[in-house]
Design a protein around this ligand. Structure first.
Ligand SMILES: Nc1nc2c(c(=O)[nH]1)N[C@H]1C(S)=C(S)[C@@H](COP(=O)(O)OP(=O)(O)OC[C@H]3O[C@@H](n4cnc5c(N)ncnc54)[C@H](O)[C@@H]3O)O[C@H]1N2
Ligand code: MOO
Length: 406
């Protein structure tokens, strides 16, 4: 099978993303999730004519001085303004008293006993001033949130304000992250001169945490077909999604594709026209598990997780019926402008690490090879540079490019 373009790989992932299902969560646990229900306004918002300033409520055509006949705070049932030149002392958030049609802030008033007059030079009263009318924000029954909505702070506040205490959201998958490679040792183990510490697995776990996925198990297996196959079978039984790193290129110890096949995982694609991360692998397990084989080089592993695993997670949380586009599961900048010219590649997509500067500018932070990952920690993500044509590889400063954060 020929290598796919990045767009084709994304389409394949979307077509095979399936549906992680829906779950009902108490509002306090729903932050960062994707909504899978429609939410309508429980009542008009604000639900009553709401006083916007601490001061008095009166009639706009009343003649000062006014006689103050009562005090009404927020959370109290509305009083009635008596006939004549009267007012009620009122607090922000209170219901407008019956019969009143304007509010005067306390800074504009002088008080002597129960007699209230206007400060000299105060503007004339206008009907409706400092009153937030019932229904001005929204009318009862209008659609406020739709499926696919990211539940950040403002959306959670809307849910709470409308009495939604239990919310239908996309379920998150359980993920197994598997490092392969005989050279890899644990972070806290003694390390020989010919060994390296494994870092891709925790790096991928960090990305998953940023997308709200916390049910994660990390494991390691050596480069041998039989143990790899057995480990894959066990991990497939335990998780909805597997993310492997290493062993997907052409070395004699790169057993991952064969072991996946033996474990019943059907290949959807292997290799994408991109750098880094070209050897990336994706397939479907016997019970519909989604399986990624990320190339082992650390920059490649991060790039492929940021670009492809993010697409699967978002799509699987939304299900086929409601999802419209792929992309990162959390909102954020999705397009940057390049701060400097960059070179595209011919016939393949280039993923370039960047720092975000100011309002949506991406500063290129190229790394010499996909094994140089120490400076990646100073970057915010990658931009996707589509292939360029021969003789026209340079992309000028200011060009808009798609951004994937980490
Ligand atoms: N003859 C060819 N050789 C290679 C090709 C190719 O097309 N033909 N592709 C190269 C590219 S591109 C990449 S990327 C790598 C991908 O290789 P693998 O996925 O098989 O990964 P490994 O060989 O197992 O490891 C590569 C590199 O990454 C280090 N590594 C692996 N896992 C981890 C981990 N969990 N934490 C930290 N570092 C890890 C590993 O030690 C190697 O140095 O293949 C090229 N070769
Ligand atoms: O994914 Mo490889 O460089 O393209 O390291």
């Amino acid at each position: 099978m020929a290598a796919l373009t990045v767009a084709q790989a994304e389409e394949c992932i979307l077509a095979h993303a399936g549906d992680f299902g829906t779950e009902c969560l108490p509002l306090g646990q729903a932050a960062g999730r994707l909504l899978r229900q429609e939410v309508r306004a429980e009542r008009d918002q604000p639900p009553y004519d709401r006083v916007m300033m601490d001061g008095i409520a009166c009639r706009a055509d009343a003649a000062f001085p006014l006689t103050c006949t009562g005090l009404q705070g927020a959370g109290q049932a509305p009083q009635s303004l008596p006939e004549g030149n009267t007012c009620i002392e009122i607090m922000t958030g209170a219901v407008l008293p019956h019969g009143a049609d304007c509010v005067v802030p306390v800074e504009r008033l002088k008080r002597e006993g129960d007699q209230i007059s206007l400060q000299p030079g105060s503007a004339p009263l206008e009907m409706g001033q400092f009153i937030h009318p019932r229904g001005a924000d929204c009318r009862q029954g209008v659609v406020l949130l739709r499926p696919e909505q990211y539940l950040g702070g403002p959306a959670l506040a809307v849910l709470a304000a409308n009495g939604v205490s239990q919310v239908q959201v996309g379920r998150l998958p359980s993920v197994g992250i598997i490092s392969t490679g005989d050279e890899l040792v644990a972070v806290d183990a003694p390390v020989e001169a010919w060994q390296i510490r494994r870092s891709n697995d925790i790096g991928v776990q960090g990305l998953l945490a940023g997308w709200g996925v916390h049910e994660v198990q990390r494991s390691w297996v050596r480069d041998a077909l039989a143990p790899l196959t057995a480990h894959l079978q066990a991990q497939l039984a335990a998780h909805d999604v597997l993310i492997l790193s290493g062993g997907v290129s052409m070395g004699v110890f790169d057993h991952v594709p064969q072991a996946l096949e033996q474990a019943g995982v059907k290949k959807v694609f292997h290799r994408v026209l991109q750098r880094p991360g070209g050897p990336v692998w994706f397939g479907i397990g016997p019970q519909g598990q989604r399986v990624f084989g990320l190339p082992g080089n650390p920059v490649s592993a991060m790039v492929c997780a940021a670009r492809y695993v993010s697409v699967l997670l978002r799509a699987g949380q939304l299900g086929e019926a409601i999802r419209t586009v792929g992309g990162p599961s959390a909102p954020g900048l999705s397009e940057l402008r390049l701060s400097a010219p960059v070179e595209r590649l011919q016939n393949r997509t280039r993923f370039l690490p960047v720092q975000i500067r100011g309002a949506g500018e991406g500063v290129p932070c190229p790394v010499p090879t996909s094994g140089d990952f120490m400076t990646l920690a100073q970057t915010d993500g990658i931009v996707e540079l589509p292939p360029g044509a021969e003789g026209n590889l340079q992309l000028p400063a200011g060009s808009p490019v798609r951004f994937y954060g980490w």
